[in-house]
Design a protein around this ligand. Structure first.
Ligand SMILES: CC(=O)N[C@H](C=O)[C@@H](O)[C@H](O)[C@H](O)COP(=O)(O)O
Length: 225
């Protein structure tokens, strides 16, 4: 059962601390150090992937955590089943992020049933990662506590915008009562600020803060002649 007061996240920066399979930084200790650094920088919460990372960050970082478990990289892969979600909750995440699209889930459960059973079993809050306005409306109907624009540009419903998908963000903000979190391709402080201006409840930044290989690539490209 979480006693997280969501208002502590309002208007704040959430830092997503993730490394991908095969990468040098893919280690719970490393991701925990990144999360500890995010605390120093003023994050209000962190987001982390994988049971070992979620557990260690829960033990060591005194901030609320959005946990997820990525399984696979195509189709429904962000905490794809109820069992994945229960495991993330048991590892200590106060908020569990799950795929919140309208696509069929690998365990055949609907989103509403997944949300209900996850919440009943653990008392966590549920963040639905969505790829479109239609997804977001359906996820709120299904009972999600928060809706994130995380999957906009990663399903076939939206183009992959250069920067956050402000159009989906603003429309969800206008149409939903639950908090809408901006996530995905927030690459600069100006992007983050524009998400808040569009009404985001909070802004998640991953790559631009915690993924040095990509950031290095941006700079390498800028100096290339
Ligand atoms: C689509 C997908 O798999 N998104 C993942 C969700 O947890 C992460 O790989 C992203 O890094 C995260 O959403 C933050 O976004 P960005 O790294 O663009 O700031």
């Amino acid at each position: 059962m979480t006693d997280l007061d969501l208002s502590t996240l309002r208007g704040g920066l959430i830092v997503s601390c993730q490394a991908y399979p095969g990468e040098p930084m893919r280690h719970p200790e490393t991701m925990t150090q990144i999360a500890e650094s995010a605390v120093r920088g003023g994050a209000v919460a962190v987001r982390a992937q994988g049971i070992a990372d979620v557990r260690l960050i829960h033990d060591r970082v005194a901030l609320p955590q959005i946990g997820l478990w990525k399984d696979g990289d195509g189709g429904v892969f962000i905490t794809p089943t109820l069992d994945h979600a229960l495991a993330v909750a048991r590892a200590g995440a106060e908020i569990v992020a799950i795929d919140g699209t309208r696509r069929e889930r690998p365990d055949g459960l609907g989103l509403a049933e997944t949300v209900r059973r996850l919440r009943e079993g653990t008392g966590v809050l549920v963040m639905a990662d969505v790829g479109s306005v239609a997804d977001g409306l359906a996820a709120a109907d299904a009972g999600a506590d928060l809706v994130g624009t995380t999957l906009c540009g990663y399903t076939d419903e939206r183009p992959r915008t250069d920067g956050p998908d402000l159009e989906v963000l603003a429309e969800l903000v206008a149409r939903l009562e639950v908090p809408v979190v901006a996530e995905g391709r927030v690459h600069t402080p100006a992007h983050a600020s524009s998400c808040i201006d569009a009404g985001a409840f909070a802004v998640v930044v991953g790559t631009a803060i915690t993924h040095p290989a990509t950031i290095t690539g941006w700079f390498a490209q800028a100096v290339a002649r």
